[in-house]
Ligand binder design. Structure first.
Ligand SMILES: Nc1ncnc2c1ncn2[C@@H]1O[C@H](COP(=O)(O)OP(=O)(O)O)[C@@H](O)[C@H]1O
Ligand SMILES: O=C(OP(=O)(O)O)[C@H](O)COP(=O)(O)O
Length: 398
């Protein structure tokens, strides 16, 4: 992955219709209130730059996974929020393609902002339909990609439009995501420490294997730890275990040893009888989990161990909660991890949908160097995969 030679600052956008693919896929509650607008704020530098440069800004995004035109998934609440941040009108288009939209963008003036309606109201978006991509492309004179969270999807607006509409460049958010990722994974300051959590070894196996090649130390917490502990022959009570991954877990520990990567597991756990707020709890060392109890968070000694592990780190990468943090009784391990990163002088990078959520809830979002706006896209990068929509931009002729 390379940062393309031609950047947003290098092209002339003054007076031009600039079609910007953003990821405004934000959580919205039943009453239409935006629960977390991080992704909207993350694209403000690109939008504000374009407005300062006197462009006509046409924004497009998907929201959720609607089946057809379901107004529950309208981007109208996003237009209202954006309007507050920009302190100017954001004109909500009735659709994202069609004669009405064409007429609307044709009469835009410099400094106008139009938000197209949810791209996924048309199945052609996810089908990566070329005709649909051409219709979208015809709305602009310049293309800017700022939708990092969607870059792992080969969808029309983010994968095919940049092949049609030139010049096509990355927005500032995309550049920032890539440059932080490269600082952590390609040319990192060492020692590099990876902290992993979450539930399934099966879904993180590619990430663990890729990280083993790149980091100096790795700590595996969350429910994943129990597959490793069981693989070593210990009792884990009714904790979540992936029985079919026990050998994989042994292989991973063996690879770590061969590569000289220090591999750590939690040394104590907060247990519950069940995954519920009302369950009784118990704190035990890792080798003493009784029958009928499940590990739902890492304990305080594990938190101290983590503090020790990261004490000399120059780079820390975190993905996956250390426990079932959605329940108050099992939130401490995850929140302490978040706070530790926030207080560390290392370069700290985190990502993943639940990890992002946990960092917000721990109240330390602004103290971590970089929290990726991508869930799936960030995980793909951690796994060592390239993102198709970034590759498209990398491969364009300047
Ligand atoms: N010990 C545990 N038992 C049950 N669930 C756990 C445990 N540890 C972590 N989790 C759960 O893991 C989930 C997040 O995992 P994951 O999806 O891998 O994270 P991310 O979205 O950040 O990549 C959370 O819902 C959390 O409750
Ligand atoms: O929120 C997103 O992905 P994420 O939940 O993995 O971060 C992106 O907007 C992509 O959405 P999708 O997973 O419905 O294709």
């Amino acid at each position: 992955m390379v940062l393309r030679k031609k950047k947003l600052r290098d092209i002339n956008v003054s007076g031009k219709r600039v079609l910007v693919r953003v990821d405004f896929n934000v959580p919205i509650d039943q009453q239409g209130n935006i629960e977390d607008d991080t992704r909207i704020r993350a694209s403000l530098p690109t939008i504000e730059y374009l407005l300062d440069a006197k462009a006509k800004v046409i924004l497009m995004s998907h929201l959720g996974r609607p089946k057809g035109k379901d107004q529950k998934y309208s981007l109208l609440p996003v237009a209202k929020r954006l309007s507050r941040y920009l302190n100017k009108d954001v004109i909500m288009a009735e659709d994202c393609v069609g004669p009405g939209v064409k007429a609307l963008v044709d009469k835009m003036k410099e400094g106008d902002v139009v938000l197209l309606e949810n791209l996924r109201f048309h199945k052609e978006e996810e089908e990566n339909d070329e005709g649909f991509a051409r219709e979208l492309a015809s709305l602009g004179e310049v293309y800017v990609s700022d939708a990092f969270g969607t870059c792992h999807r080969k969808h029309a607006s983010v994968y095919t439009v940049p092949k049609i509409l030139k010049p096509a460049v990355m927005g500032f958010l995309l550049e920032k995501e890539i440059s932080y990722f490269e600082k952590a994974m390609v040319n990192p300051q060492r020692p590099v420490v990876a902290l992993l959590g979450g539930v399934k070894v099966s879904s993180k196996i590619g990430i663990i294997k890729n990280l083993l090649k790149r980091v100096d130390k790795i700590f595996v917490g969350g429910a994943m730890a129990f597959t490793f502990i069981k693989a070593m022959g210990y009792e884990v009570g009714s904790s979540i275990v992936e029985e079919s991954y026990l050998q994989t877990a042994r292989d991973i520990m063996e690879i770590a040893k061969k590569l000289g990567v220090k591999f750590y597991l939690p040394v104590d756990f907060v247990l519950g009888k069940e995954l519920s707020e009302r369950t009784p709890t118990k704190l035990v060392p890792w080798q003493e989990i009784p029958q009928g109890w499940m590990g739902l968070d890492i304990g305080p000694v594990s938190v101290s161990l983590l503090r020790e592990i990261i004490s000399d780190a120059q780079t820390i990468i975190w993905n996956g909660p250390m426990g079932a943090f959605e329940l108050d009784r099992f939130e401490d391990g995850t929140y302490e991890t978040a706070k530790m990163l926030a207080n560390s002088s290392a370069l700290t990078i985190a990502g993943g949908g639940d990890t992002d959520h946990a960092i917000h809830r721990a109240g330390v979002y602004n103290s971590i160097d970089f929290v990726s706006t991508g869930g799936g896209a960030f995980l793909e990068l951690l796994e060592g995969n390239t993102l198709p929509c970034i590759e498209v931009l990398d491969n364009l002729e300047d």
